[in-house]
Ligand binder design. Structure first.
Ligand code: MTE
Length: 330
């Protein structure tokens, strides 16, 4: 990344799984009964949290609830990262390279109207409107561990459905071996982008079987609300067994291709950021260890978490890499 190691931020409140479950149950109940989204959100997350969500000048929009179902693919038993930390400690270089800049600046991102183009090796190229995408499948609450390549982590309650459900609607041809994701880019709106050496738009890619793995999440929200802009509104990817930079934000195009596509961080520095970028405690970043991570929101002196192979999702994904030397294909 452009920044060597993240500086520490003050710790803040952590939401436990138990608190989250109570919050989700209450939210479901309120959805039936309460009159307005804001009322429901206020009751569910507490007035002080709501103030964070709608506070002017932070780039965070008013909360909009999403109707969700529970997911069997959710990670359990982990302390969730607070909404405050999820929305104020971000990497979104189009809106600044400092962790607090996306929260300040991403309010400028126009998230409606919004379309996603399907192109490349498909039967027929087409375009999906974001509101049609939102309705394509039931939205699931899915808690995933999130591991940034900078050796910090979070635990995030995302909202979305498996990318495979969407790919099935795209009719890719047998010659489609990889999928490329392109983020929104407008230099007039994302003025901070020009201060970097990145070749915009942000581009990421997956091998087709990685994209089709049920864990790969097409993501529209977090904490039961639509994605705040700084987290990649209105639609982003989440690939929980890979370093966070594989999860492209604010996607406008999905391109099916026959060759490994160029990706932003690999183009920036291929020695440090490989195409695969699977979380791997046995392959250090050239400038720091990947054996452990700091959990955002926990005090600086808290014990670091041991990083797990494939971020702990090995049972579901290790077979994708059978026979591959993961030191070579990092
Ligand atoms: N997508 C775009 N378009 N621009 C970015 O700068 N940063 C990546 C990824 N997706 C990035 C992006 C990185 S480095 C990480 S760690 C995650 O988004 C951060 O997601 P979060 O801010 O929701 O935690």
């Amino acid at each position: 990344m452009l920044i060597g190691k993240p500086s520490d931020i003050p710790s803040s409140e952590i939401t436990s799984q138990d608190q989250y479950d109570r919050y989700m149950n209450r939210r479901r109940f309120l959805r039936g009964a309460a009159s307005s989204v804001v009322t429901a959100a206020a009751a569910a997350v507490g007035a002080e949290r709501l103030a964070e969500i709608v506070s002017p000048g932070t780039g965070v929009r008013a909360a909009t609830s999403l109707q969700t179902v529970k997911s069997p693919l959710s990670t359990t038993g982990e302390q969730l990262t607070s909404l405050q930390d999820l929305t104020h400690y971000n990497n979104f270089y189009e809106f600044g390279v400092d962790k607090d800049q996306p929260a300040q600046n991403a309010g400028a991102l126009p998230t409606r109207p919004w379309t996603v183009r399907i192109e490349g090796k498909v039967k027929t190229p087409k375009t999906f409107d974001i509101d049609a995408l939102l309705k394509l499948r039931p939205l699931e609450d899915r808690v995933y561990r999130h591991r940034c390549v900078e050796a910090w982590g979070m635990v995030i309650p995302w909202v979305g459905y498996s990318l495979s459900e969407f790919i099935n609607q795209c009719d890719p041809l047998p010659s489609a071996k990889y999928v490329q994701f392109l983020s929104y880019y407008n230099s007039k709106i994302e003025k901070w982008a020009s201060g970097t050496t990145i070749n915009w738009p942000y581009s990421e890619g997956l091998r087709m079987d990685e994209a089709m793995n049920p864990l790969t999440l097409l993501t529209f929200g977090l904490y039961g609300q639509v994605l705040p802009n700084q987290n990649g509104a209105p639609v982003r990817l989440v690939v929980p067994w890979k370093y966070g930079f594989k999860s492209a934000k604010s996607i406008v195009a999905v391109r099916f291709v026959d060759k490994m596509p160029p990706t932003t961080w690999n183009e920036q520095n291929s020695q440090e950021y490989g195409f695969y970028s699977n979380v791997n405690p046995n392959v250090d970043h050239p400038r720091w260890s990947q054996k452990s991570e700091r959990r955002i929101g926990q005090p600086f002196y808290a014990q670091r978490h041991t990083t797990l192979m494939f971020n702990g999702y090995g049972n579901q994904v290790a077979s994708l890499y059978n026979g591959m030397d993961l030191r070579k294909y990092y």
